[in-house]
Design a protein around this ligand. Structure first.
Ligand code: AMP
Length: 296
């Protein structure tokens, strides 16, 4: 185990992680946990700061999980910036970085698959076959390894967060799951590790996702309840930027099943391809108290 010059302890193995967490517990500290795939940005740092505000020990894991990539080139091109990740994590308040090899996470004989069921069927589940099984499997294992009091996940991956909340409930995982609001660039683009792969023109075109979501949010605030009308407000922006769309869909916030009307708490979620990069984003929508006036 490597103790860096700052207060960050880098654990490469399960044993090293357990030793570091035990030492924190022995020192009377509670433990927060932020699982990531690295290429850390301000969104991740916000999660780490949220954890550090509540816990004396904060574990940040950096592991690009091959099981959740359904596209080999996406896995191959996924950015890897480990040294900078450790610095950013430490600056945000992490005390332990867990950066394991693949063998450490999936040792010989590893066979269990955690499958989230119906909540993972639509949206990302439909467009990235196997993704949620891979994600849920690694998150279940990481939660078991870190033994944290609270684990922090971003609402940027809203369906992922809902799946993790369900798996923690269903599998009686004692770690509390906490959602953190999406962190955006000044112009609205949701921060993502994949953004660094956007060329200059595509970076501008990518704004269509957040612009569409914000337009739809405005429409909903005015009382629009038709899912088709709300989704069309997103689609029109994606079409204007000529972005191939996987979905722009209004779903129930609890089940992630598509709805016909904004008559409950919903998530408006979008996935689109911007050049070589696939981006996702979402906003939470609640019905306006006043329904839209009927068209004349
Ligand atoms: P990733 O490294 O992309 O797997 O993300 C690790 C964690 O950071 C997940 O819980 C994500 O939801 C969260 N995250 C990623 N981007 C953002 C963002 N822009 N705002 C808030 N959380 C984020």
């Amino acid at each position: 185990m490597l103790a860096t010059s700052s207060t960050l302890t880098v654990a490469r193995t399960v044993d090293e992680l357990r030793t570091a967490v035990r030492a924190a517990r022995d020192a009377g500290l509670s433990v927060g946990f932020v699982p990531t795939m690295g290429a850390l940005h301000e969104g991740h740092a916000t999660l780490v700061r949220a954890a550090a505000a509540e816990h004396g020990a904060v574990v940040v894991s950096v592991f690009v999980n091959p099981k959740q990539f359904n596209d080999a080139s996406d896995l191959e091109n996924y950015p890897r910036t480990e040294a900078a990740d450790f610095e950013r994590a430490a600056a945000a308040g992490a005390t332990i970085a867990f950066a394991p090899s693949c063998d450490e996470i999936y040792p010989t004989g590893f066979a269990t698959v955690v499958s989230p069921g119906p909540i993972g069927e639509h949206l990302e589940g439909e467009h990235r076959p196997g993704h949620f099984d891979g994600m849920a499997t690694v998150v279940a294992r990481l939660l078991g390894l870190a033994q944290a009091d609270v684990a922090y996940f971003g609402r940027k991956d809203a369906q992922q967060l809902a799946i993790i909340e369900q798996l923690a409930r269903d599998l009686a995982i004692p770690t509390r799951i906490e959602g953190v609001e999406t962190v955006r660039e000044h112009d609205g683009l949701a921060m993502s590790s994949r953004n660094m792969r956007l060329g200059k023109t595509d970076r501008v075109r990518a704004l269509a996702l957040s612009r569409g979501l914000f337009a739809a949010q405005g429409l909903a605030a005015l009382g629009e309840r038709s899912a088709r009308a709300i989704e069309a407000a997103v689609q029109v922006e994606l079409d204007a930027a000529a972005l191939p769309t996987d979905y722009a869909s209004l779903v129930d916030a609890a089940t992630f099943v598509p709805v016909d009307a904004l008559d409950r708490e919903c998530v408006l979620a979008v996935a689109a391809h911007v050049g070589p990069v696939r981006l996702i984003d979402n906003v939470r929508l609640t019905p306006a108290t006043q329904p839209a006036p009927a068209a004349a």
